[in-house]
Design a protein around this ligand. Sequence first.
Ligand code: PMP
Length: 432
Amino acid sequence: MSNKYTDLIEFDKNHIWHPYTSMTDPLPSYFVTQANGVELTIADQKQVIDGMSSWWAVIHGYNHPALNQALVGQSHKMSHVMFGGITHESAIKVSQQLISITPPNLTKVFISDSGSVSVEVAIKMAIQYWHAQNKPEKSKLLTVRNGYHGDTFAAMSVCDPVNGMHSIFEKVLAKNLFAPAPKTRFDQPWDESDSNALKAYFEQYHNEIAAFIIEPVVQGAGGMRIYHPNYLKAAKALCDEYNVLFIADEIATGFGRTGKLFACEWADIEPDILCLGKALTGGYMSLAATLTTDKVANTISQGDAGCFMHGPTFMANPLACSVANASLTLLNQNDWQRQVQNIERILKENLLPLASHERVQDTRVLGAIGVVEAKQAVNVAAIQKHFVDMGVWIRPFGKLIYIMPPYIINQQQLNSLIDAIASALDKEDCFV
Ligand code: PMP
């Protein structure tokens, strides 16, 4: 790496936390100086093809002229203004767009700063909804194992209790209910018995449950598991039968990633509360939204509090809302369905067959998501270096090597990602 950046990288290593990274024995961080289209530039020198969309977010690629223009244009009007007692066009436009593209029952929008916060908001909405009806005992969350919903406390309390962070924070985490994870795969015939265990939780605990929360169809950070949409249908029917709200966390799956605009569409269900984030701004800025129904919003507002108890400083930040508006417009203009279908076809042709490799446990594909589950855990530093040497950016965790590239990726670039994964599988030092 060029000497020019050595001091900065050393400072970073000694002083700056990175996600889930030790301060005393950190994994290497690559110094990115630019990003354009589907490529990141490392230290002004090496271009790598991005397989991660910066964690599901950068769907239209980096440095996009339309998104840049939205930001610059908005910055000339106002970069920020408080949302208490004030409103603005960007917030109104983004809410109009979200209401028009999400399931028809969702009519009220709470705009916040990040995915985790949108989950906190969803959980608070559910609890306040029952509180307003004099049912404060309905305050628990029911979820499934292998879920991931964010790193803040309420979100953590519904992450998988084993591979999440429960053991460290056990004493302060809310005690929620965990049904087994859905077992029937997306591509298998539906097995009715898959939702039996869930039904038992509803039967036994419905008087204590405010809401059921789940990532529709794809469980992301909790294992990249792709399950049968009928599980969602069954869960929604149980929510209706037992008077429990249904929260869909589409922070990762939203905006076309699974081949439907929202993954709930695979099951043809309408959640009571929907969390969105990540790709909402095309990955430009942190912004999230929690949508809900007239019924939930009206009930909360008619309770003793008289309002919903949340209001972040940067709520509906105009820069973030304006870039979200531009990103939603691009989604349509770019024909996301065709883009995602093309990615899915190539992943099915070239990534699924890696299942026959001796180091591979399983491969799976849905929409613009491709997963290779290895038999052993990867050596993150070694495999990352191998990928960068091969000219790609892929960041695996545990046994999972997975890609969810920007929708604008071309066939050749996508095949480079797949070839790099295939070559890593042949390298012993890439695994522990
Ligand atoms: N829910 C899901 C399904 C996610 O994938 C994530 C982010 N990985 C979150 C919530 C939390 O979002 P954020 O990192 O923006 O707080």
